[in-house]
Design a protein around this ligand. Structure first.
Ligand SMILES: Nc1nc2c(c(=O)[nH]1)N[C@H]1C(S)=C(S)[C@@H](COP(=O)(O)OP(=O)(O)OC[C@H]3O[C@@H](n4cnc5c(=O)[nH]c(N)nc54)[C@H](O)[C@@H]3O)O[C@H]1N2
Ligand SMILES: Nc1nc2c(c(=O)[nH]1)N[C@H]1C(S)=C(S)[C@@H](COP(=O)(O)OP(=O)(O)OC[C@H]3O[C@@H](n4cnc5c(=O)[nH]c(N)nc54)[C@H](O)[C@@H]3O)O[C@H]1N2
Ligand SMILES: [Mo]
Length: 757
């Protein structure tokens, strides 16, 4: 083995944006074959009078660019507006058992669902049913069930109006089993930020990018998952703002960006450098690296003084001293070992922090999807607090949210904890008795499913079986439920695991017109910066009989619940402004003048008390927190055990796979692969492209395995490997999740290599 050459890591030569971006759009568009109006939809996207993109939740500027969409927003739009149809004929040709064997990509390529479908066990097929018949039959079955054993899942796309009604329907019926996609995503943020700064959401707005002089950018991949962030990042970098990236992968979007809106950058092939510091942390090493940075800030304060914002610390924070004692007690050797970063780099970042007037901390799944993810967020906030970097221009913490309305769904009541909703107002306004016991979040629902407790699943979008940990065990249990109902736009694997009674209710996408009583209806959504925007669709529906999510929810609620004049489901289904009126009565401090303000360019700001330095925490101040461990995976070192990070490629939206190109990482072909450091490959005697299997290495005696994975050399810290979600989800143990919030630990999955496979 000594004479073997070190494999060359895969990489992509071009910058993010640039010419690769239109080419990437063209490839997916060719496959999706969108309807002719797509270009018009894109030109109005994220602007007043247009449709808000269904891809990510990034903010929409008050002064939009001529083109305010990105590569991945265009792909998502092409996908939604495909001209391909998945009609009842398709199901005549294929049994459900056969379709379950299809890939994610092939299933979604069957096109938009057009008609309500009922599963027929005898023929193992989905058959067309009439809308009224479907709603009546589902309602009749629901009425036989115990609401507390039913799950209403929401994926984060549905707008505020249907989301509010979804949660209200659940509570009026008698449960708050309201898991949503954020339970696998930024629930860590909702719990950790709430605890330390008293706000469950970020404190920044888009304006802050113009005032900051350092950005700590932790565990988020902007080039793929929120490309529109690259514009403000580019402007900040050009102003001389330091950008310190903390990520085990050298993600292309954090390295350079060629702005497609700037002809000279496109013509000259030049690009802006984004991060001026890149800390290639080990998976799970963020608590250590951020603590190392903070430790150096304290050292600078001790040596030269004038570094900490003492007035802010005294007036606005709590428990500084125990935290400082703890930081000072940490040995550099331990911090270096756990972070995988040399002390000099942490000191350098500490100096940048200490010298910056205004600092933003931006983060994504690299922080949230770990066993000690909440502590990692707390650690980022500790650092920010040292110099009063919350609650003033250019400063704050900014989680990059996922689905386009996932933050908004929480705002309007999709929450399993009774204390997260204004129960008294719900009682007064609607005359309902909302349940006061805690309902199921995603992890609790899955445990109830595996225990045989869960009787029914009603899903508002999503592909839950594929998105969750322990996918194989969940899939096996899924069909034991009495009733499964999916409100969906396209076919996916979860739909192909029918319960004893199973239904698919197809719905409109946001870009399509939604005419109720002769009027095209607006909906609204909330972005990552707590701004609410109106959105309207203008494309003709994929099928004339399709219904909107709101129309489906109101019809079902009307059929399931006892009549109640305070819950005018039919009126709500006809005129969505009446739903907004109800929302503004329940959440009056934030949603006043909703009907008017949602049309403002850039949306209206719902406000954030932590951003005003009003702290709704236990102590009434921002809390310093000592993490329970330095290693946020909680794994420690074990011989032969690797830390697997499951990521998104540039050609997917969660479980929706648009294609097989991960262009920005230089990876093409199939998705059954792992990226691995060339040094680890040498040590393991692995050749590039060799196929291996991974075995789960959690200590719970459950066998977890994925076979047929191609090994690719990649620039990664040793001991860490990366691959794609959802293919690798069978390796992720349901029992490993953030301790405070239950968010699955999708970034620190313990695995062993099986090279003989
Ligand atoms: N095109 C597209 N856009 C999307 C999505 C999509 O699938 N496709 N999904 C949407 C959704 S729901 C979400 S939640 C967001 C997700 O957006 P991201 O938060 O960017 O999610 P991931 O792709 O999971 O990548 C997380 C990043 O964390 C890094 N990382 C992994 N482990 C660690 C670690 O231990 N420490 C640190 N510091 N970094 C780590 C990875 O290298 C990667 O760069 O994107 C949203 N936008
Ligand atoms: N291992 C691992 N697992 C993960 C993650 C990870 O990084 N690693 N990330 C997690 C994260 S951050 C998230 S958010 C979850 C995502 O989990 P989900 O939100 O459950 O999954 P999606 O893939 O976004 O759902 C796609 C399906 O939604 C339906 N759909 C699409 N658009 C619409 C619409 O407008 N309306 C309706 N009603 N239906 C629609 C379509 O049928 C489509 O097939 O996955 C999580 N799972
Ligand atoms: Mo997400």
């Amino acid at each position: 083995m000594t004479d073997r050459e070190r494999p060359t890591p895969h990489s992509y030569d071009g910058p993010v944006g640039g010419w690769g971006s239109p080419r990437g759009i063209a490839q997916v568009t060719r496959a999706a074959r969108p309807v002719p109006g797509m270009a018009e939809t894109l030109l109005r996207q994220n602007k007043q009078g247009g449709t808000m993109c269904t891809s990510c939740a990034w903010g929409k500027p008050r002064h939009p660019h001529k083109v305010e969409f990105c590569e991945n927003g265009a792909k998502a739009t092409a996908w939604d507006l495909t001209s391909i149809r998945c009609t009842p004929d398709f199901f005549r040709d294929h049994t459900v058992t056969e379709l379950y064997g299809w890939s994610e990509y092939d299933l979604e390529m069957a096109g938009r669902l057009t008609r309500p479908l009922r599963y027929d066990a005898e023929t193992d097929r989905y058959l067309e049913v009439d809308w009224d018949e479907a709603i009546a039959a589902i309602a009749a079955e629901m009425r036989e069930l115990d609401p507390r054993r039913t799950c209403f899942y929401a994926s984060g796309k549905a707008a505020l109006e249907p989301s509010f009604l979804w949660a209200l329907f659940a509570r009026a019926w008698g449960h708050c089993n309201l898991p949503d996609s954020s339970n696998m995503c930024h629930e860590t943020t909702s719990v950790a930020l709430k605890k330390v700064i008293g706000s469950p959401v970020g404190t920044c707005t888009l304006d802050d990018f113009q005032h900051c002089d350092a950005i700590f950018y932790v565990g988020q991949n902007p080039g793929t998952n929120s490309p529109r962030i690259l514009h403000p990042l580019q402007q900040a970098a050009e102003r001389g703002c330091h950008i310190v990236a903390i990520n085990p992968l050298k993600e292309k979007g954090l390295i350079e960006f060629a702005n497609p809106q700037r002809p000279w950058q496109m013509t000259m092939g030049s690009a802006t450098e984004i991060a001026d510091r890149y800390l290639q942390v080990r998976a799970g090493g963020d608590i250590a690296v951020l603590t190392g940075i903070a430790k150096h800030v304290l050292e600078l304060e001790d040596s030269r003084g004038g570094v900490l914002d003492h007035d802010f610390l005294a007036e606005h924070t709590h428990d500084l001293q125990p935290w400082m004692d703890w930081v000072r007690a940490q040995e550099w050797d331990d911090l270096e070992r756990v972070a995988g970063i040399p002390r000099a780099q942490m000191e350098d970042a500490g100096r940048i922090y200490a010298e910056a007037k205004a600092v933003m901390g931006i983060y994504g799944m690299g922080l949230t999807q770990h066993v000690h993810g909440s502590d990692a967020i707390g650690t980022l906030v500790n650092l920010l607090l040292l110099r009063g970097n919350i609650g003033r221009p250019g400063a704050g913490c900014s989680p990059v949210r996922g689905h386009s309305n996932v933050q908004g769904q929480r705002t309007v009541g999709i929450a399993e904890k009774p204390e997260q909703v204004p129960n008294d107002r719900l009682r007064e306004e609607f005359g309902i008795e909302p349940p006061m016991e805690e309902g199921w979040n995603t992890t609790a629902f899955l445990n109830a499913l595996l225990d045989g407790e869960a009787q029914a699943y009603i899903g508002l979008g999503g592909n839950l079986v594929r998105a969750v940990p322990d996918q194989d065990r969940v899939a096996e249990a899924w069909g034991r439920m009495q009733l499964t109902v999916h409100i969906a736009t396209r076919l996916n694997r979860t739909h192909l695991l029918p319960g004893r009674s199973s239904w698919i209710l197809p719905c409109l996408v946001r870009q399509e017109e939604d005419i109720r009583d002769g009027v095209n209806q607006h909906v609204s959504m909330e972005d990552s910066f707590s701004h609410i925007h109106a959105s309207i669709g203008r494309r003709k529906p994929a099928d004339p009989t399709l219904r909107s999510e709101t129309a489906i929810i109101t019809a079902l609620a009307d059929a399931v619940l006892e009549p109640n004049p305070n819950l005018p489901w039919q009126d709500w289904g006809r005129d969505y402004s009446l739903i907004r009126k109800a929302i503004s009565r329940i959440y009056s401090a934030q949603f006043y003048d909703y009907e008017e303000r949602m049309h403002w360019e850039g949306g209206f700001y719902r406000g954030n008390d932590a951003g005003q330095r009003i702290w709704h925490t236990a102590s009434g101040k921002a809390e310093f927190t000592v993490p329970v461990a330095l290693d946020q995976t909680g794994l420690g070192e074990r011989e032969g055990v690797y830390r697997l990070m499951t990521l998104r490629s540039n050609d997917q939206f969660n479980t929706t796979v648009y294609g097989y190109s991960d262009r920005l990482r230089g990876i093409e072909g199939d998705r059954m692969l792992i990226m691995m450091s060339p040094d680890d490959m040498m040590a393991e005697g692995l050749e590039p492209e060799q196929r291996i299997a991974l075995d789960g290495a959690a200590d719970d005696n459950i066998r977890r395995r994925v076979e047929g994975l191609r090994v690719l050399p990649y620039d990664l810290p040793r001991g860490c490997i990366a691959g794609y979600f959802p293919e690798l989800n069978p390796l992720s143990p349901l029992s490993r999740h953030d301790l405070a919030s239950g968010t699955p630990a999708a970034k620190g999955i313990p695995v062993r290599l099986d090279i003989g496979a």
